[in-house]
Design a binder for this molecule. Sequence first.
Ligand SMILES: Cc1cc2nc3c(=O)[nH]c(=O)nc-3n(C[C@H](O)[C@H](O)[C@H](O)COP(=O)(O)OP(=O)(O)OC[C@H]3O[C@@H](n4cnc5c(N)ncnc54)[C@H](O)[C@@H]3O)c2cc1C
Length: 772
Amino acid sequence: MASPLDIESRTREIGLQIFDRVNKQKKGFFHGDIDARIMDWAMKDEDLKVQLFRFVDVLPMLNTPEEVVKHLQEYLKNFPVIGQWGINLAAGIGIAGKVVGATVKKQTEGMARRFITGSNVKEASDVIERLRKQNMAFTMDILGEVTVSEAEGEIYQKQYLELIEGMTEQAKRWKDVPLLDTAAGRPIPKVNLSIKLSALYSQFEPADPEGTAAAVKERLRPVLLLAKEKGAFVCIDMEHYAIKDATFKIFREIMMEPELRDWQDCGIVIQSYLKDSEEDTRELIQWVKERGTPIQVRLVKGAYWDYETVIARQRHWPIPVYTEKHETDANFERLASLLLDNYPQIELAIASHNIRSIAYVMAQTEARGLPQGALEYQMLYGMGDPLKQAVIEQGQRLRIYAPFGELIPGMAYLVRRLLENTANESFLRQGFAEGVSADELLRSPIEVSKTAKPIHTFEQDKLAFPNVPERNFSLAEHQEKMKASLAKVRSELGAYYPLIIDGKEIKTEKEIKSINPARPSEVVGRTASASQKEAQMAIDAAKKAFSAWRDMPPEKRAEYFFKAANLLEQERADIGHTSSQHDEIGMDGYDDVADADREVLGRADNGLFDRLVARRGGFGHDLGGHARVISLDHVVHPWGLADEHEAHAFRRDGRAARQGLHTSPVATATQGAIWLDDEVAQFTGRAQRPQAQFAINGDSSTDPRAQGEESHRFGRLPMAKGQFAQGGRAHVVEEIYRAPYLWGEEIAHGHVAPLARQVGQKEGGAIGQICQ
Ligand SMILES: Cc1cc2nc3c(=O)[nH]c(=O)nc-3n(C[C@H](O)[C@H](O)[C@H](O)COP(=O)(O)OP(=O)(O)OC[C@H]3O[C@@H](n4cnc5c(N)ncnc54)[C@H](O)[C@@H]3O)c2cc1C
């Protein structure tokens, strides 16, 4: 085996050879003058790039030149450079504007077309026949990802079935090209397809791996069986991180089925930008050994870097990708070596336009003495043609990723390509737009790491008060925890919860049953129902404790709530289950929980309806009186959100979007929320908080106001600010224990003080309590 030093010097030699071959060709890396110019602008100005890509993204939906011009003006008015494109943004919507709109649309579509082989099979197959004539194999991809309806999923499957039938028929006419059609002497399929699993099924849900796998396999199986029968190759593409584990699971399970276990013409993708990727690769290798039939692994760096970093940061999750480019590059080389060590069980495909990465793998392959064609190189259609030619000249098998399809999914693909090519650290940008020297570009990533300064530190993420993140239910660890807690919660269904007054548990004759609205025969829990007597006891206890509580320093009071918050956090999954069990409704971040719930409990009859409502962002009364208490993090009392209007206001302020807001229509308040409130009361009780407030369950007859006590507001702190002013009445707000959950962040940031002052003015003595 060659030493690392030998590998390095051979990598350099091969790399220089490839650069040489590339430079001898007179072609640019991107097609066309306009493409090159757009790339150039985008690279020079980050803001322009964002606006350009937004514009490209929206373009397929713009049906008239007028709409195009209007959007151009809106998106790009601050960028005079656009004028150089011959676009007069002040043109208005007159004749000149129409011409501009039509031209821009045509040119942008033309740009997309350069990355896409055609909009139908006929156009695509003309392109791939041409590619074969130029000694390039292909893999065809039907554009489309994240299908949103079952009809789309079925169409996607049908298209693949037709593609396999059609292309394998056509392939019979194609001349054999030994370089393309054999791998180390073994014949390999001429027709090669790449499939995105998320496009096959509209409910692809990582939180429900079993349900998702079953449904996806049902769609995928006929495609794979037909490919096997007709002699086509299928590679399963890898998409965003959230569905990575589910994708591996589906691949491994289906390829172990008796009809497919002996099928070699299949593959999957590993993304070296993922910190998990080495572990995934080792597991995959182990699995291939068990399976006993080789597969191909396409090694890529990963196309969703921006997306993954944004999503993880937004949700306060650990970032799943490396954040320094040299880390991804070094991992790419490590994984390539690991995979080459496992030839022939694994046949490697290197999908990269990075000459250093390619040369390194060539050097490693040589050092292992692997036969010609033992691995292949893959590149994308529409870019880097000189590099493609150079790799062919090195005597390697080259496969072109050839997407085809309609413009709308095509634009998402185009934007990904543009982002990739214009990124600061992209090899293509550095090598072919910024003219960084070959020597520099061929440096080992390990060497680079020794001197590189961190570029992406994400310092701004380190908040003084980080919110507890939502659980990431795409991870098996959280799915398991959720299942366990679901079993626990199930075993406790129907339990009795007494009132807690002055720190003591009090049982009452009357009780309130909390019913699971998705399964009305199921009693979630029973709570004591207070009478006037208990309500008075609670008020008296609260009054008695009030002065000590009022005089307690805010820091001390906050401690109780932080303690309670910690307890809540520890048992969060159980609470989540109780709530999802209660409602079976997913909304915003909570969707995941409801899904995990369904997965274990079986789909609730109204599940689909609920999901649709949730997807549409439906809120409030659409559910015909179903309770809607759906937060893991915050329980918002129904009286706090007395009507839909307020609920919307609450959502608008962004809190709900970030953390999942749970509320219930006021009509079902007692059934909807009380049980959960009790649950929370227990936690604050367990944190040994003084009972300076009353929290009590009961029906409307318990409300002191029903007895004419205008000065008391029974129950909880109104959450919507507007309510504080309600009718100018002096409300005594005794019960506020939810406030810290809701306002924990504001307390930390000092935002609560103005609110407290406002409440103080309106509510008399309430200020001391608000400061909790
Ligand atoms: C044939 C083919 C098939 C493909 N299939 C898939 C697929 O199934 N799934 C998929 O995700 N991608 C796929 N890709 C896309 C591939 O991941 C990108 O083309 C690739 O990431 C670009 O890498 P490169 O080696 O060509 O370029 P380089 O410029 O060397 O690498 C760019 C890549 O480095 C990574 N990167 C950039 N900045 C940073 C940073 N700051 N920290 C850490 N890493 C960083 C990103 O992954 C980025 O895309 C495929 C590509 C080809 C050619």
